[in-house]
Design a protein around this ligand. Structure first.
Ligand code: CP
Length: 326
């Protein structure tokens, strides 16, 4: 297939074929990170800029590692150390960066729509690394890759997404992709942490037990304390009592259930430590796969060659054979 997108702004509207193409491309990059010398010349001479207006550990670091493993030059700008502190607007900052001719601009911003806003105004591929409560497409792609690695398929699954759905861009990207691939999505949380449109996004559950019952995948969400502008919850203790994923709660799911969490985790709030560190947890696998997903996205967008290029790293080695899906 041909992947014709110039930007990665979200997964809403992406077809099953496009999603599988991105996941397959990411899978083919995994092997590079297992090598002794973790570098290929795929993006030699290209420049990638990360513009982070919100804190990030996993996304920012894995984009930087991904760019460097592809031999691109990577520059990171955080709002705290940029001219944003002197009153420069987002658009002016982005225009100035674009004037230096990068091959891709990665943006994380607290405002929903920030990535699209820039994509419509600058001449450079834009990658959304999380915009407010809108989308976090590379997170959902790495979640999908991790599920497929461990469950063996990406369709016909029951996926329970649990917690602070209201503020979750991870949920929105996952809902679009999981449904496009033919899965059942459950949204599980207290009514105050579910958006008005929840019923249109999936099955709604207000009880953890019914939400995870029989699930193949349980995706826990961080309680976004920094975005709790109103009193959505009586207290953290109260939230944990009803929605913390403990081993007892997880016993309601399928025996071979897998547990995901995008991180950072609040131990003892949304997930018990023995579940986060337990046998069903894929949290570290998600982080590992984040590098491969971001290598794939940079390869497709920064090289401006998209699907016309056969293999991502064939200058040095064959990518691993693509897995048959579903
Ligand atoms: N999952 C995720 O986006 O983590 P960071 O905020 O650390 O990037």
């Amino acid at each position: 297939m041909t992947f014709t997108h110039r930007h990665l702004l979200g997964l809403d509207g992406m077809s099953r074929e496009e999603l599988l193409y991105l996941i397959d491309t990411a899978a083919s990059f995994k092997e590079i990170s297992e090598r002794d010398i973790k570098k290929v010349p795929t993006l030699r001479g290209k420049t990638v800029v990360g513009l982070f207006y919100e804190a990030s550990t996993r996304t920012r670091t894995s984009f930087e590692i991904a760019a460097k493993r592809l031999s691109a030059d990577y520059v990171n700008i955080s709002s705290a150390t940029s001219s944003t502190t002197k009153g420069e607007t987002l658009l002016d900052t982005a225009r100035n960066i674009a004037a230096m001719r990068p091959d891709a601009l990665i943006i994380r911003h607290h405002a929903a729509g920030a990535a699209r806003y820039l994509a419509n105004r600058i001449d450079c591929p834009v990658i959304n690394a999380g915009d407010g409560a809108h989308e976090h497409p590379t997170q959902a792609l790495l979640d999908l890759l991790t599920i497929r690695d461990h469950v063996g398929r990406l369709e016909g699954l029951t996926v329970a997404i649990v917690g602070d759905i209201l503020h979750s861009r991870v949920t929105r990207s996952n809902v679009h992709a999981l449904r496009a691939l033919g899965n059942t999505v459950r949204l599980v949380g207290p009514p105050t942490l579910l958006p008005r449109e929840a019923a249109a996004m999936g099955e709604v559950h207000h009880q953890l037990a019914s939400g995870v019952r029989g699930a193949d995948v349980v995706m826990m969400l961080r309680l976004q304390r920094e975005r709790q502008g109103r009193n959505y919850l009586p207290s953290l203790d109260e939230y944990a009592r009803y929605f913390c994923l403990t081993r007892a709660a997880l016993a309601e799911a399928k025996p071979d259930v897998v547990v995901l969490h995008p991180g950072p985790i609040n131990r003892g709030v949304e997930i018990a430590s023995d579940v986060a560190d337990g046998a069903a947890s894929l949290i570290m696998d998600q982080v590992t796969n984040g590098v491969a997903v971001r290598m794939a996205i940079l390869f497709l967008l920064a090289s401006r060659r998209g699907a016309q290029v056969e293999a991502p790293a064939n200058e040095e080695a064959q990518p691993e054979r693509r897995r048959k899906v579903g």
